[in-house]
Design a protein around this ligand. Structure first.
Ligand code: HXC
Ligand code: NAP
Length: 274
C-alpha cells in the first residue's frame, strides 16, 4: 500500500522501497521523524524500552499513514538487545537504509545532585546507545549505501548549567558523526546529525523548559516536531547527496543568544534534585 502523504515540500514517495530503523521512535521528536519517513514511502522499525508504548505508537502511525511501522523493544545500552532488533528488522523487512539514533535520557541536575550513576546512565543511553545501534546496523547500511542521522543538541555549545551529562554525551555523538562520515563515506554511506533547539510539546522541553526564554530566540518561536521532520527528510534525500559529517542546527538561532532566566541563582543555590 502507498503511504498517505502529508503537507510537505518533498515528493511523496522519495523513500519507496527503503527501510528506516529509529531508536526513540515511539515518542516525541523521533516518532514524528519516523512518521515523516513513512509518509514519504519508507517502511520503519521503531526501538525503545517500552513495548507497550512502541506498539501503541506503531499502531497509530500505521493508521495515520497506511504505511508499514513495526516495533522492537530494546534497551540501546544492551548490545545483545540492539543486535536482536537489527536481526528482527532484516528478517521482517530485508534491509536497512536509514538509521536514526534518537534514544536519549535527560533531566536537570546540578553538579552536586548528579550522582556517579546518574552521569553514567545518560552517557550510556545517549552515547553508548548511539554507538551500539550503529555498530549493530552498520554492515546493512553499507550494503544499501544508506545514511545515518544522529540526534544531538546544542547544550554543550555554551556550557548550559545542570546539563553536563547530556551535553558531554551529545558532544561525543557529534564527534561520532564526523568519524563515521570519514570511515563510511568511501562505502557510499552519509552520516549527519541534527541538533534541535527547544521543541514544543516534547518530553525534552517539559524537562528543560525552565532554562529557556522564548523571547531570546532570534526567530521568536519554539521549534516544532515538523521543523525537525523537514530537516530529516532533506538530509536523507538525494538533495543532500554531497552532505556528510555535518550536524545541522535547527533552533531558530536559540543557542546564539541563550538567555537563561534562572542563572546564576541556580548555580549559587542549587536545588539538589529536580
Ligand atoms: C538527578 C536523577 C534524576 C534527576 C534520575 N536520576 N533522575 N538524578 N536528577 N531528575 C538518577 C537516579 O537517581 C539514578 O542514580 C540514575 O539517575 C539512574 O536513574 P534510573 O531511574 O535508575 O535510570 P533509568 O531507569 O535507566 O532511566 C533513565 C533516565 C529516565 C534518564 C533517568 O529519566 C529516562 O528513562 N528518560 C527517558 C526519557 C527522557 O529523558 N527524555 C528526554 C530527552 S530530552 P542513583 O545514584 O540514585 O542510582 C533531551 C535533550 C533535551 O535529551 C534538550 C531540550 C532543549
Ligand atoms: P522523548 O520523547 O523522551 O524521546 C526519547 C526516547 O528515547 C523515548 O522514546 C524513550 O523510550 C527512548 N529511550 C530512552 N532510553 C532508552 C534506552 N535506554 N533504550 C532505548 N530507548 C530509550 O524525548 P524528545 O524530547 O522527543 O527527544 C528526542 C531526541 O531529541 C533526543 O535525542 C533528545 O536528546 C533530542 N533533543 C530534544 C530536544 C527537545 O526540545 N525535545 C532538544 C534537543 C535535542 P522508552 O522510555 O520507551 O525507552
Amino acid at each position: 500500500m502507498t503511504a498517505v502523504s502529508s503537507n510537505t515540500i518533498f515528493k511523496d514517495n522519495i523513500f519507496a522501497g527503503k527501510v528506516l530503523l529509529c531508536s526513540g521512535g515511539g515518542s516525541g521528536i523521533c516518532r514524528g521523524l519516523t512518521e515523516a519517513m513513512v509518509r514519504h514511502g519508507a517502511k520503519a522499525v521503531i526501538i525503545s524500552r517500552s513495548k507497550d508504548k512502541l506498539e501503541k505508537a506503531a499502531d497509530e502511525m500505521r493508521k495515520a499513514t497506511g504505511g508499514v511501522v513495526l516495533c522492537a523493544a530494546a534497551d540501546v545500552r544492551k548490545p545483545d538487545q540492539v543486535e536482536a532488533a537489527v536481526k528482527f528488522t532484516i528478517e521482517k523487512l530485508g534491509r536497512i537504509d536509514y538509521l536514526i539514533n534518537g534514544a536519549a535520557g535527560n533531566f536537570l541536575a546540578p553538579f552536586q545532585g548528579l550522582s556517579y550513576n546518574a552521569f553514567r546512565t545518560v552517557i550510556e543511553i545517549d552515547l553508548l546507545g548511539t554507538f551500539n545501534l550503529t555498530k549493530a546496523a552498520s554492515e546493512h547500511i553499507k550494503a544499501s549505501k544508506g545514511s545515518i542521522l544522529n540526534i544531538s543538541a546544542t547544550l554543550y555549545y555554551t556550557g548550559l548549567p545542570y546539563q553536563q551529562h547530556a551535553g558531554s554525551a551529545k558532544a561525543a555523538i557529534d564527534a561520532l558523526t564526523k568519524h563515521w562520515a570519514v570511515e563510511l563515506g568511501p562505502f557510499g554511506v552519509r552520516v549527519n546529525g541534527i541538533a534541535p533547539g527547544p521543541i514544543a510539546d516534547t518530553e525534552g522541553m517539559d524537562r528543560l523548559g525552565a532554562l529557556l526564554e522564548v523571547e531570546s530566540i532570534p526567530l521568536q518561536r519554539l521549534g516544532s516536531v515538523k521543523d525537525i521532520e523537514n530537516a530529516t527528510v532533506f538530509l536523507f534525500s538525494d538533495a543532500a547527496s554531497l552532505i556528510t559529517g555535518v550536524t545541522l542546527v535547527v533552533d531558530g538561532g536559540q543557542w546564539l543568544n541563550p538567555r537563561n532566566p534562572a542563572y546564576p541563582a541556580m548555580v549559587l543555590n542549587p536545588i539538589s534534585k529536580i
